[in-house]
Design a protein around this ligand. Sequence first.
Ligand SMILES: [Zn+2]
Length: 541
Amino acid sequence: MILANRSADKVGLYLRLSRDDGDKAESDSIHSQRDLLMDFISRHRSFRFKREYVDDGYSGTNYDRPGFSRMMEDAQKGIIDCILVKDLSRLGRNYIETGRYLERIFPSMGLRLIAVNDNYDTLDKDSSDNEIVVPFKNLINDAYCRDISLKIRSHLDVKRKDGQFIGSFAMYGYKKDADNKNHLVIDEDAARTVELIFQYRLNGLSAQRIADKLNELGFQPPYEYKRKKGLNYNSGFKSADKAKWTKDTVTRLLGSEMYTGTMVQGRTKRINYKVKKSLPIISEDWIRVENTHTPIIQKSTFELVQEVAALDTRVSPGREDVYPLCGFIRCGCCGQNMVRRNTTSCGKKYYYYHCSTYKAGGNCTAHLINCDKVDQIVLEALRKQIELLDKAESMIAYITENKTDRSGLRVVGEQIEKLKSEIDHYGELKAKLYRDMVEGLIDRKEYEEINGRFDASRSKVEETLHTLEKKEQVLLNNQLKFQPWVENLKRYQNLTELSRSVVISTIDRIVVNDSKNVEVHFKFEDELNEIIQYVLAEEAN
Ligand SMILES: [Zn+2]
């Protein structure tokens, strides 16, 4: 990061533009480079401008440039003590040579270099382990991503409040609209994965189990996915081992309100310009604007997941006040949540649910119902369902054989296609890399190193593909005995009391019309009904 408080009295600006390198005319123009750097100096009192050096029309693939030579002479004479560039690729596009300047020549001359847009400062010893990686990475970024945008710092809050997306990367599941970069549109592939994650969670899986499952299926984690979508060399840089879904990633996605179509921004605050570290802002002060983009997850689903998450962390195991049905009970009149309360009568505590609209003084009645009674009804309904399922075992076997695990098969099939195209993609990257070597953009050594990484990544993908193809075969062979939801229900065969996990994995919602009329809706209700109808018909015969 840039150590903005470490002063530099004699700053030299280095500006370079070459169409041959594929620089973007407007954002890379000498004029805009100068503006950016002067703006940086004007915002930092510790920096003082001395001279500027321009190489207009000189390629970055070598250091044989008049402006650069003049600058080095001045540095030797002590006329300047710090070089400011827009990004490292302005300095040069030859990775090895540039690395030599950054790590040996400049330091030995006591010359400091700051690449503003890369947030790179040779004085920063914090990132010593990144000393080689950072310039390398950034150069490759610049040479091949070509999507570095000028950072717009003013009016950012205005844009945020307007619900305009101002981040550099869209949240996993979305992408920037090609016609309007402040607008998000759904990224179909990733969105389906997001849906799957929420579905898994509602089926009672923990974040860790979800992460394991996604890894097992060979889904790319968001970071990796983003890189791959960017179609750049960086995809070869992240070692494939690290590219795993983690509990934290899953938890973060499950907690992101962005998926409900609400734009949430301004959650952190940068300490100062370009410093990567930022401070969190309390959630009340986040800037939230509803309906700015298409939701991936319904609001009600999202809220339920948050409730479950909050409950899971709040309720310590073994405590008595665990109420498994929390968040599942709806008022039959107004559709709102029923909340749990207690009263004490004659020294005895009674627990009951009542309508939250009524509680808030809204237009509904109490719909008072005893907690134990609801538990009893739900437990009874669950038992009946399982009993019927038991009777339907042969029927289920039949259905399973014919339908197999359709959704599972679909997911695996799609993954296989994706992995195949990924393998093709590595082939293309390798070809491109080879061309770059032939054209002299990179040398043999660099070629071999990057090419080696591509090979490693590709064989990792091929390995996953192989596993998935086997899995697909298993699914096709009907070796999967029951559909997951059936297995899930059957686990609870001898149920004597409700637990949170039972409720989460089996119950969709409970509707309280009045104390004598309670509807219990199950997950997979349609599938269940199909089977139950069949069983009942069989019994009648
Ligand atoms: Zn109500």
